[in-house]
Design a protein around this ligand. Structure first.
Ligand code: EMZ
Length: 383
């Protein structure tokens, strides 16, 4: 087996049963595993609600926060109003100037990597890339990234990947401080823009801005870092990919979607059941939780031919790595832009990448062990 491969741990249970009961700190969760069921449940926000601060992520974050993340933990119709406010910020990566700046950031990282004998990808490439790219999204000075890099790959998780309230409070204090600054010195950055935004005829409250900021800092962090690291490791072991996309740059957006499907950086996301409901012949009781397992749905053999193979020219790719329906990922435009820029620059500056060593990051969900990325990954970039 190649070291960059990601095995689908859900295959057998998905095809035989379709769901699996797991325990999340004493709060049971039914993981939904089939593509068609995940779609159905994601679509049905009335029965499978997001209106439960801290209880929507799996593992649950009720012990580390009371602030509702917005729009992530809000159901329609309010969700629609919030989404309208934040959408323009998250579409900024489509602007020409944004693309140019992002290209410069990634190019500098690739040049740095080629000048060294080897790099540790998480700390020297993916984490800095994620934080620098976030300064562009939030319209903040590039130096701010240095502080964010210091928070590591997850803002809520400390040693051993456990949720850590003390660590989380670093982010909460930072957001409070940024809001204080924005009130005294208004600008066109993320915090100022939100504090001046109108929600149903009034200004957003500090608590609402805090909820949006928390989602922005926590949500697209480890996921983007894993996606970038996994892609680099995979390209190292599959040199044909770089050759193929070099020959036909039209494949870059297609290959991007395929990497996102194959790695599915976010394993699953929860919902709270609003009334006793049946999913795949399984009864889900009111006020219990289900999870939409994007990672399993994205390997469903009834939808994807050769689901376990990365095909950089896959024609039909209805993956749900960015979720599905009302709550589809706000950061998807930014992530796609990062990946497409990265792939394009690799074809220009790199002839090959050598896989030196990696320590895998494995998540455990009941009896499923899933590789999500690497804790450390050493690669050599050859220019
Ligand atoms: C939440 C979540 C959002 C959660 C789309 O994902 O990402 C997780 O990493 C965070 O811990 O709070 O933002």
């Amino acid at each position: 087996m190649n070291k960059s491969e990601h095995i689908d741990p859900f295959k057998k249970v998905r095809s035989e049963i379709g769901h699996e009961e797991i325990d999340d700190h004493g709060d049971p969760v039914t993981m939904i595993l089939r593509h068609k069921d995940v779609r159905k449940v994601a679509h049905n926000w009335r029965c499978f609600s997001s209106d439960a601060p801290g209880r929507i992520p799996v593992p649950s974050e009720v012990n580390i926060r009371t602030t509702r993340q917005i729009p992530f933990e809000v159901d329609p119709p309010d969700h629609t109003h919030y989404r309208r406010i934040v959408e323009p910020i998250f579409k900024r990566p489509l602007h020409k100037e944004f693309k140019e700046q992002l290209k410069n950031q990634i190019e500098a990282l690739i040049k740095f990597a080629t000048q060294k004998k080897s790099i540790e990808v998480i700390s020297e490439f993916s984490l800095p890339l994620q934080s620098k790219a976030l300064t562009l999204l939030l319209n903040m000075p590039p130096e701010e990234a240095e502080l964010w890099i210091g928070w590591g790959t997850h803002v809520f998780r400390g040693e051993g990947d456990t949720l850590d309230r003390n660590k989380a409070s670093i982010l909460y204090d930072y957001i409070d401080k940024q809001m204080d600054i924005a009130i005294v010195e208004p600008s066109d950055n993320f915090f100022s823009t939100l504090l001046n935004s109108e929600y149903k005829g009034r200004k957003l409250t500090r608590e609402e801005v805090k909820g949006i900021a928390m989602l922005t800092f926590a949500g697209g962090r480890d996921t983007v870092i894993n996606l970038v690291s996994n892609t680099l490791a995979y390209i190292a072991e599959h040199p044909d990919i770089l050759r193929e996309i070099k020959k036909d740059s039209g494949l870059i957006p297609v290959a991007t979607e395929e990497f996102i499907r194959y790695f599915s950086p976010l394993t699953h996301m929860g919902r709270v059941v609003k009334e006793d409901s049946e999913i795949c012949h399984h009864m889900a009781r009111n006020n219990t939780r289900v999870s939409l397992c994007w990672a399993s749905a994205n390997r469903d053999e009834n939808v994807f031919e050769d689901a376990d193979t990365v095909k950089v020219n896959r024609k039909i790719n209805p993956h749900m790595a960015f979720g599905f329906g009302t709550h589809n990922c706000l950061g998807a435009t930014h992530t796609r832009q990062i990946m497409q820029t990265l792939l394009s620059l690799l074809t220009q500056h790199i002839s090959s990448i050598v896989f030196l060593s990696g320590k895998e990051n494995i998540e455990q969900w009941g009896r499923f062990s899933r590789k999500v990325g690497y804790n450390t990954l050493n690669l050599e970039f050859i220019g």
